[in-house]
Design a protein around this ligand. Structure first.
Ligand code: G3H
Ligand code: 13P
Ligand code: ZN
Length: 328
């Protein structure tokens, strides 16, 4: 058993208290490799934003759960170095399991030093979801690890589970769910979805607005309780265009507008999950470089610039969209 505090991680409790009080959202960025992690840490330290490092099932399969946790530990040291070199404050970093699907997995993450876990029972029946989430909370809270639950189903691929349709969160359930499970935050479905194809719209049309009416109703039922938004990438069109220009094919890729996210960040939404935007930035830069320099074969020459571009994107998100910059 390794406790997260000994590794320099923070749980999400204080992060969400501050986000709620000051009307911003903490970024939760997924990482699968060194360059993504370096970019997240550099951007969040330089913009003085708290950050939640997320490890998904796909990431665990790709890079190994134990290695990812050690990389997270290394990230704390990197953050201290960047802060020191730039006369900046150290930032709080949470190491978070994204979309945990079993008690055993959540327990193993708690035991190896994660400071926060998500148990995603949203595909189960309501009662099963309550029971599974309650068990995870009971275990995690013994070690002061914070737990995120989910009610409602997002369309798109949530790890292995592919849902064709949204099931919006029913506000009638949230109070009971929070009370029975003891979760620290709640992910809700208000029209976002995972991946790069969030809405089916015609050229020139705007994506439909999120269901802020559901969010408002949820806020009324559980006032001051931290809400989480999954599937919150904006699918930035400048990168989609670059990908398509240099041999890719992402026709019709569209995400949540940043205006909608700005609005959400000012509400009880305290955590905003972004993965796809990072993937698009990396792919765009790598495609551009390899297209223009076919003789290049040193990964540092294309992953390095991709990492620099990621830093810019994350800093801008923190500053202009989530409002998490300069909060530490
Ligand atoms: O929850 C969705 C994340 O974007 C994770 O996706 O399992 O392919 O890493 P992944
Ligand atoms: P995106 O696919 O919109 O980046 O969502 C990421 C996410 O919700 C991770 O849990
Ligand atoms: Zn998600």
């Amino acid at each position: 058993m390794i406790h997260y505090a000994d590794l320099g991680f923070s749980n999400t409790r204080k992060m969400f208290e501050d986000a709620m009080k000051n009307g911003y959202a903490v970024p939760a960025y997924n990482f699968n490799n060194m360059e993504q992690l370096q970019a997240i840490i550099t951007a969040c330290t330089m913009s003085q934003s708290p950050v939640i490092l997320q490890v998904s099932k796909g990431a665990r399969n790709y890079a190994n759960q134990t290695l990812l946790r050690w990389m997270g530990q290394g990230a704390v040291e990197l953050m201290k170095e960047i802060a020191d070199e730039n006369n900046l404050k150290e930032i709080p970093i949470a190491m978070h399991l994204d979309h945990g699907d079993s008690f055993e997995l959540c327990k193993s993450c708690v035991d190896m030093g994660f400071s926060s876990v998500m148990i995603d029972g949203s595909h189960l029946t309501y009662d099963e979801n309550v029971e599974l989430t309650r068990r995870v909370v009971e275990y995690a809270h013994k070690y002061d690890v914070t737990v995120e639950g989910e009610l409602g189903v997002l369309a798109g691929i949530e790890d292995d589970v592919k849902a064709e349709e949204h099931t919006y969160t029913n506000p009638d359930n949230v109070e009971d769910f929070v009370k029975k499970t003891g979760v620290d935050s709640l992910a809700i479905a208000i029209g976002t979805s995972h991946g790069a194809y969030k809405f089916k719209i015609k050229d020139g049309e705007q994506p439909p607005p999120l269901r802020f009416d559901i969010l408002e109703e949820v806020e009324k039922r559980i006032p001051g309780f931290p809400i989480v938004l999954h599937g919150a990438s904006s699918v930035l069109q400048e990168y989609v265009k670059t990908i398509n220009k240099y041999g890719g094919n992402l026709e019709g890729a569209v995400g949540v507008s940043e205006d909608q996210l700005r609005k959400a960040a000012k509400s009880a939404v305290c955590k905003i999950n972004i993965d796809s935007d990072g993937r698009l930035v990396m792919t765009a830069k790598v495609r551009e470089i390899l297209w223009n320099k076919p003789e290049e074969f040193d990964p540092r020459k294309y992953l390095g610039p991709a990492r620099d571009e990621l830093v810019k994107m994350y800093e801008r998100k923190n500053r202009d969209v989530l409002g998490s910059a300069f909060r530490v």
